[in-house]
Each structure stands twice: as structure tokens, then as C-alpha cells.
Design a protein around this ligand. Sequence first.
Ligand SMILES: *Cc1c(COP(=O)(O)O)cnc(C)c1O
Length: 425
Amino acid sequence: MHQDKIIYDLISKEEKRQTEGIELIASENYASSQVIGAMGSILTNKYAEGLPGKRYYGGCEVVDEIENIAIDRVKELFGATWANVQPHSGAQANAAVMLACLNPGDKILGFDLSHGGHLTHGSPVNFSGKIYQPFFYGVEKETGLIDWNKVADIARKEKPQMIICGASAYSRDWDYAALKDVADEVGAILLADISHPSGLIARGLLNDPLAHCDIVTTTTHKTLRGPRGGLIMMGEDFENPWGHKTMKGQVKMMSQLLDGGVFPGTQGGPLEHVIAAKAVAFGEALTDDYMQYVLQVKKNASVMADAFVNKGYDLISGGTDNHMMLIDLRSKGLTGKIAEKALGIADITINKNMVPFDDKSPFVTSGMRVGTAAITTRGLVESDMERIVGFIDSALMNHDNADHLEGVKNEINEWMNQYPLFKAE
Ligand SMILES: *Cc1c(COP(=O)(O)O)cnc(C)c1O
């Protein structure tokens, strides 16, 4: 029996919450029991600073094998030539890359946080905006799309040392080839942070950043459906020594710099239990089952976007190419804060989100972000998306009617209890 009843009871309570509700937070997913099993294993006991075969601790023979398998599988999955699977999170992966490639005060050019970018791409409250000098590009007001020519214009004007592409709330694909052209022109390193759509990218459903970008980072727990963690990869540029980025005159390979950026640059001991769980997840992502999964994620998102549009909701860019969509609630007279609260009472979990050119604060916001990665893992298909949008619309239109929200919640709990969190094995 578990001795710590307080914590284990709360874990059971959270399991019930995750089972009974509709999970639409675009960055969340449900990891498999095998992934969770590896994460909850005795591997957490092991110190293994360094890399496989080059550790600062004894007794690493077994974890070396595990970490090498994780690296091999992820290279196969993405067609990468090099990978480091140790970053504890997506933010840690980006910190390691920036430490490895930039000097304090260097210029970075990223996607504006308020247009869907991430804190680690230069926000003033994040290390990336404090240590480096940030510049931003955004979307066009009319279309909700990034204009690649405008990004190039800003890059030519500011001459950043690094250009960052990728987002937390952009529902369209990226023109990595165009960005690489301008990065080369201004002498910038091109970093793609594919934290959100990495699962769809791995299985070829979106443009391939590894073919164009110098460095690619991702989380492993979003569409990739692994344990909470981060990852750094390289595609083609691996063999090139990064001549102008040497320290003390040494010519170092980019891969060496990046490994050093992770450890000892920004982390201590790697989480070998999480690395084992990453290996399991990468193995899962190579299967036909996962291919069917990402295809369904994309189909579900597309059908859900159409259902919102049909009910008069205003989607940024009018739709989606990936697993998520960003909805401007102003035309419905609502804020993100009101929507998050009302839907929460009905056991539909979303997050409020700034929309481009938002006139409200980040605590209120004019929008909400929804994604289909988690509900697709539960087993929901196209016809279910229309039902979910029906529930959302009904809850939002009655957001101050507690009895109505309670009724929606009961229907949802009954429905979702039919979909177990873990597939029978
Ligand atoms: C989620 C996300 C991250 C951060 O990941 P954490 O694991 O939460 O640190 C970084 N970049 C982008 C684009 C993300 O969406």
C-alpha cells in the first residue's frame, strides 16, 4: 500500500479528472502506460553526467545502452544525423542551444509571443530576452499568416545572429527553405523549435525542418506523446565545423558545442528514467499505429476548425494545417478568461490565449487555443469533433448559467468515461 495517502489520493483524483473531461489543451497528450512505466522506474536512482561512453560516474553501462537506443530511434524517426536526448524540457533545450551558439548581447529574431510565439524565443521575462537582444516578426492582420518576405526584411535590417522559427499557437505550416535562404544571407543560425507539431513532422505530415534548419529543438510530450522532456537534433549541417563560433580559437563541431550547451552548460545529471521513456515513445512513434494516430489528429483538427467556422467563430488564419487552432472570441462578445472558466466548469479544458493584435492583457486575453492531440489519443474521430464543438458553443453561449454548465458537464463525464485512459494491452 502507498504510505503517502495524501499524495496518492490526489493522483487518483487527477486520474479521474483526466479521464472524465475533454482535454483540448493543444500542448497536452496522454502518454502510454509503457512510457509512464519507464518514467516511474528505478532508473531515476542513477547519476550519469556526460554522454554514453563518456560519463563522469561509474555503473553507467546499462543507462548507456538505453540512451544510445533513444538516440538511434529518434534519428531514425526524424531522419536526423545527430541528437541529444538529455534536455529536461523544451525550454531547457532552447537554453542549451542559445548558450552553445550565442554570446550575451547577440541579436535573436523570433516569432512574437503575442502572435503565438514562445517565451524562450526572446520574451523580456525569459532568459532569452534578458541575455540576448530580441527582435520579433508576427502575422499579418488581414490574413493571420506570416509573410516570409517581411521576416526577411527584418532579418536584413537587424542582422541577428540567430533566427528562430516555430510557435506555440500558429496553426499553419512554416517555409523553412525561405527562412534558410535569409539566414544564410545575413549569416544567422536557423533554429526551428517544433515543440508543438513534432509528431506530425516526424511522420511527414508537415514540411521538414531538418532538411533546412541548422538546429531543431522539440519537446517530447506534446504531439510526440512521450514523457515530459526536450530534445535537440541536427539534419544536414552536422559535419560542418562552426568556424566563426569558436571559443578561444578552437574549431569545434556544432554537435560538440550543443552537447556542451546541455551539459555542463545548463544541466547537471540527465534524467535517465525520462530518457528511457523517450526511447519507448520514439519506438511507438515509428509504428503504423502512430502513423494512423497523427493522420487522425490532423483530420480531427480540420473537421473541428470547420465546425467552429460553421458556428460563426473567428479562427486566426481561417483554419488549420496542423493539430491546433486559435480562436478570436471578440466577435462572440467573450474573453479568453470567461471561456476558460465556463468550459472548465463543464469539464472541457482549454487555455485562454492572446490573439494577434490583442487589446487585452495576458491574464484576460481575447482568444482560446484548442488542439486535438489528446482527444485523438483517447480514440475520438471526426464525428466526435462536431459534438465537442456543439458542447463548447452551448457552454459559451450560457457561460453565466451554472445549471446549464452542470448539465453539459454531466453529459461529457458520461461520454468520456467510455474511453479508458490506457489501451488494454
Ligand atoms: C511548449 C513549448 C516549449 C517549452 O516546453 P517546456 O517543456 O514547457 O519547457 C518551447 N517552445 C515551444 C514552441 C513550445 O510550444
